[in-house]
Design a protein around this ligand. Structure first.
Ligand code: HEM
Length: 185
């Protein structure tokens, strides 16, 4: 029987083959790149990027709130769902790349803080779900502007979409803040 099956391998040599070790190596490499070093060395840069990230969050959340309140039937009832969506959806789609760029900058500055943190992946999963549900509202509207207002069943479906969408976006904000308080894996 080969010797390495009988003798427990030291921690360091066992870790070599795990995906987590590869991620660790990637984070160490990324943190040592000139781009990461530059971001880390300019004192005001990270607070500035965080400020833009938070402003973009405010923009997305305001737009989500306006659309979802209309879907629920609480706000802007003098306007059609299509009109409210047409007005606010572009703010969501145009701001997401800003969130992506600023989020990526924060990751490049301190890769392990996010990439080795399970809450970061929770946040990305929630974001994927929130984007999917936003599209589920938008795509039928693109085909028929009064889609969500045509029957009582569709109005109920619109309310359901909004009542899933709102907590999802709030959970993304929670996860964004939570990253700072959770130990790395
Ligand atoms: C599009 C992809 C996104 C990426 C790659 C990203 C990445 C990040 C990163 C790396 C942080 C720093 C966490 C830390 O080190 O403490 C962060 C913070 C945060 N993110 Fe995002 N994010 C994205 C989208 C979003 C979205 C869509 C929202 C909410 C609508 C959001 C809300 C937040 C919040 C509230 C914080 C905490 C800000 C702070 O306390 O300074 N992020 N994000």
């Amino acid at each position: 029987m080969p010797r390495d099956i009988l003798v427990p391998q030291p921690e360091s040599s066992r870790k070599l083959s795990t995906p987590l070790h590869s991620l660790d190596m990637f984070c160490t490499w990324l943190a040592a790149t000139p781009l990461s070093q530059t971001i880390q060395s300019v004192e005001w840069l990270i607070p500035a990027v965080q400020t833009v990230h938070i402003l973009a969050v405010a923009m997305v959340m305001t737009s989500v709130l306006m659309i979802d309140l209309r879907l629920i039937g609480v706000g802007a009832r003098d306007q059609t769902i299509a009109a409210v969506a047409k007005r606010f959806l572009p703010f969501i789609w145009w701001t997401l790349p800003v969130l992506l760029a600023t989020g990526a900058t924060l990751i490049i500055a301190e890769p392990a803080r996010a990439l080795e943190n399970p809450v970061f992946y929770l946040k990305m999963g929630l974001l994927l779900a929130a984007v999917t549900i936003t599209l589920a509202c938008q795509i039928p509207l693109a085909r028929n502007a009064s889609f969500w207002e045509l029957s009582a069943g569709r109005k109920r479906a619109a309310r359901l979409i909004a009542s899933i969408s709102l907590p999802l976006w709030v959970a993304i904000i929670f996860a964004g803040r939570w990253i700072a308080y959770i130990q790395r894996t």
